[in-house]
Design a binder for this molecule. Structure first.
Ligand SMILES: [Zn+2]
Length: 104
């Protein structure tokens, strides 16, 4: 795709968020190898946010993709709560009739 050449610089409608994914590995004779992941977040017009991984024997630092996206959302001014609702559908499969469906 090529932008139309109007001679006027098109203002960017939305800031670009560039996520630089990093991984780190650590090999230890005793513990074997460990692995960590993380990212550096570049939000256009802001200071980069470093969530760099550090693989280590026991207390390495690793950030999941969810951690990274959560950080971005928080940076944009929202709070995020992750709730693990488990697998509820299994628990209630026997009582599905109490929800009434379309049986009226
Ligand atoms: Zn070790």
């Amino acid at each position: 795709m090529t932008a139309p050449e109007t001679g006027v610089a098109e203002p960017l409608a939305r800031a670009l968020i560039r996520i630089e994914w990093h991984t780190d590995e650590h090999d230890c004779e005793n513990c074997g190898s460990s692995y960590a992941e993380g990212a550096v977040i570049h939000i256009e017009g802001r200071e980069p946010i470093e969530m760099l991984p550090s693989a280590h024997c026991f207390d390495g630092t690793s950030y999941s993709e969810a951690d990274v996206y959560t950080r971005i959302i928080e940076e944009l001014g929202y709070r995020v709560a992750h709730e693990d609702r488990g697998n509820e559908s299994d628990d209630y499969s026997d009582n599905s009739s109490i929800f009434g469906d379309d049986e009226d």
